[in-house]
Ligand binder design. Structure first.
Ligand SMILES: Nc1ncnc2c1ncn2[C@@H]1O[C@H](COP(=O)(O)OP(=O)(O)OP(=O)(O)O)[C@@H](O)[C@H]1O
Ligand SMILES: [Mg+2]
Length: 279
């Protein structure tokens, strides 16, 4: 059997030091196989986004190992890591803003530009992706002139345009109404089924978690449950509720400033802070 697409060994992330030290991840060891769909669930502040950033190679662990296809990432050069990210990964993260000064289409095709795809092909693939997300009529709009849900869909189009083999999504349906959420979920799971794309999704949405093959439940920087198949689906129901309540107590998602490395690397995958609102 081939090596897992992603694996971690004793992954630790500590933010700050001294009195402000916070142990966000306390030693996680697990594997994600090619073609799995994995939901990462748990209360607000449990470490979901932190884990996602480490898996997506957007931030470095304090200690421990992240390996891709059996190869520890620390052995790769920075340029290899960038190339890997651009070719292999797609991201739907809330801090990866669209570039406000560019059109929707320009935003969407940025990963293809970085990968050196010719202009005509870029445009064709970008429009095709926007079409699938029912956004083709907004292709020429400035990214600022979109509703929250439309920005989210533009980000999803950008994440998918490069046909990634692993898609990371942090609350991909967080800002969307039910109908649009369904469109987005169907696209994600369609890619999962038809192209064997690996999905790693942080979500508070029970329905979305229930559609995944596997569910990792996080609590205080640890994985406290790792469930597959029907168990995961059945258990998915209760957890989202707890998560939402947890979020409410601390004022919702996206309040944490992204650690600097994530910002720096976000630019690397072609996203820039638009200054206002999120994707
Ligand atoms: N850059 C940072 N500096 C200091 N602490 C941080 C930083 N980023 C996150 N944290 C802390 O680490 C913990 C985990 O944060 P993380 O963003 O991973 O939570 P989460 O599970 O994604 O929560 P949510 O559901 O609210 O998005 C939180 O207590 C948070 O305050
Ligand atoms: Mg988060």
């Amino acid at each position: 059997m081939s090596a897992p697409v992603l694996e971690t060994e004793n992954l630790v992330k500590v933010y700050g030091r001294g009195e402000s030290r916070f142990d966000a991840l306390k030693g996680l060891t697990f594997e994600i196989e090619q073609g799995e769909s994995v939901a990462i669930v748990g209360k607000s502040g449990s470490g979901k986004s932190t884990l996602m950033h480490l898996l997506a190679l957007l931030d470095d662990p304090t200690s421990g190992v992240v390996a891709m296809q059996g190869r520890p990432v620390s052995q790769l050069k920075a340029s290899q890591v960038s190339a890997l990210r651009n070719e292999t990964f797609g991201f739907v993260f809330q801090q990866f803003f669209l570039n406000a000064n560019q059109t929707v289409l320009e935003n969407v095709i940025l990963p293809l530009k970085i990968a050196g795809v010719p202009a005509a092909e870029r445009k064709r693939r970008g429009l095709e992706m926007l079409e699938q997300l029912e956004m083709a009529d907004k292709a020429k709009n400035k990214a600022t002139d979109l509703s929250g849900g439309q920005k989210q869909r533009a980000c999803i189009a950008r994440a998918l345009v490069n046909s990634p083999t692993v898609l990371f999504a942090d609350e991909p349906t967080g800002n969307l109404d039910t109908a649009t959420s369904e469109v987005v979920e169907d696209i994600l799971f369609g890619l999962h089924r038809e192209r064997g794309i690996t999905l790693v999704v942080v979500t508070h949405d029970d329905d979305l978690a229930a559609r995944c093959d596997r569910r990792l439940l996080m609590q205080d920087g640890l994985i406290v449950a790792d469930e597959r198949g029907e168990t995961a689906k059945a258990a998915g129901a209760g957890v989202g509720q707890a998560s939402r309540e947890g979020s409410r107590q601390v004022g919702g998602h996206g309040k944490h400033a992204a650690p600097t490395p994530v910002d720096a690397r976000a630019a690397d995958v072609g996203a820039e802070a638009a200054g206002e609102g999120n994707a």
